[in-house]
Design a protein around this ligand. Structure first.
Ligand code: GLY
Length: 355
């Protein structure tokens, strides 16, 4: 598959990508290479990675505990300390080998350490392949508020090797599919049609779904890297989705949702709001609900939980002047930004999801 040119860096695919990283390492000779992993990517992905990599630079492994609850400033402090102890300098390189937590946080740690050292992203989950690893967003959560602290900073390159997907659970695969569905609904109705056939690990289809998703993301990011306008489209489903994800994260008696499970709810509820406010076609709304629930199942949310979810919406970082901003659809591939929605309609949309 042909490499994709992003803003001053390339996204490489599958086998070809290791030749690219090896030639990068030979040209740049990092003083030290730090490979950031969690226990899962360490066990299942690092052995694959290290077999392909040729370099004269020393390699150190930095392992953090997996999970969104560890994507915080304390983990960054630990990593900055370890980098210092291990003698990282400005010519060192961090390779982020893992899912969205690893690429988001590893990018942030690299970009802030000694005013910025270089990093490469090697996503190992579908979610990080189709979304988090490209586009330059790096950062961490602040308490339960997602990605509240961070910066735009681009990697040296991104390597997408879909063989890593054999190491993740079907739940994690579904999580990534939520972002593929988002690209389909907002940008490419054919991709939406294809995503409806998702049944798990679809080896033949997956490379092409990933490639098309990255093409769309890259096109958007190149036009609006800092999210002043068009890039907001990538937040479809994420306004209510993030609030629901945060709510589950902070509720001690509830199992965390994956990012994709929360965004799935966000896409249904925001399609409902789109139908109410902008006449988004009812038949497509119903189709969205049916297909998304077939893939993700229905999450139980009690009526009394609506209020804390609404509270969390107020902290969404996409808000301006205290208003909650939604991306809504007027049809497939047609969207509107900065839409204000009443509290009553948000509650109605949650009722629709649960009905
Ligand atoms: N995940 C949305 C974005 O990168 O803008």
């Amino acid at each position: 598959m042909k490499s994709i040119q992003s803003y001053k860096y390339l996204i490489h695919f599958n086998k070809n990508s290791y030749a690219e990283i090896n030639s990068y390492l030979a040209d740049n000779l990092p003083t030290k290479i730090f490979v950031l992993v969690d226990e899962n990517s360490h066990e299942h992905c690092y052995p694959v990675f290290i077999q392909q990599v040729e370099t004269k630079s020393d390699i150190e492994i930095l392992e953090i505990e997996s999970g969104e609850e560890n994507k915080n400033i304390q983990t960054c402090i630990n990593l900055w300390n370890v980098l210092t102890e291990l003698g990282a300098d400005r010519n060192s390189l961090i390779i982020n080998l893992g899912g969205g937590v690893i690429t988001d946080m590893g990018g942030f740690v690299a970009s802030t350490f000694k005013r910025g050292i270089r990093f490469i992203n090697i996503p190992t989950t579908l979610l990080s392949m189709v979304d988090a690893s490209a586009g330059g967003k790096t950062g961490v959560d602040l308490g339960v508020l997602k990605n509240q602290v961070g910066m735009f900073s681009n990697p040296e390159m991104v390597l997408i090797d879909s063989q890593y997907l054999t190491t993740i659970s079907s739940r994690e695969m579904r999580s990534g599919m939520a972002e593929v569905i988002k690209y389909g609904l907002t940008y490419d109705a054919r991709l939406w049609d294809r995503s409806k056939n998702f049944t798990g690990f679809i080896a033949d289809e997956i490379d092409s779904l990933i490639y098309r998703s990255i093409e769309i993301k890259n096109e958007v990011v190149l036009k609006d890297p800092k999210e002043y306008g068009l890039r907001k489209v990538l937040n479809y489903g994420h306004t209510l989705g993030h609030a629901i994800e945060s709510y589950f994260l902070e509720s001690k008696n509830k199992e965390n949702l994956t990012h994709g499970e929360a965004i799935a709810i966000g896409m249904i509820t925001e399609a409902f709001i789109s139908y109410k406010l902008f006449n988004f076609p009812k038949n497509i709304l119903e189709e969205i609900k049916k297909h998304i629930i077939t893939i993700f199942g229905k999450t139980v949310i009690e009526k009394e939980e609506f209020s804390p979810i609404m509270e969390l919406l107020i902290h969404d970082k996409k808000n301006t002047n205290g208003d909650v901003n939604f991306v809504l659809l007027t049809n497939l591939e047609n969207y509107k930004f900065n839409c204000k929605v009443s509290k009553e309609l948000i509650v109605e949309s949650l009722d629709y999801y649960l009905s």
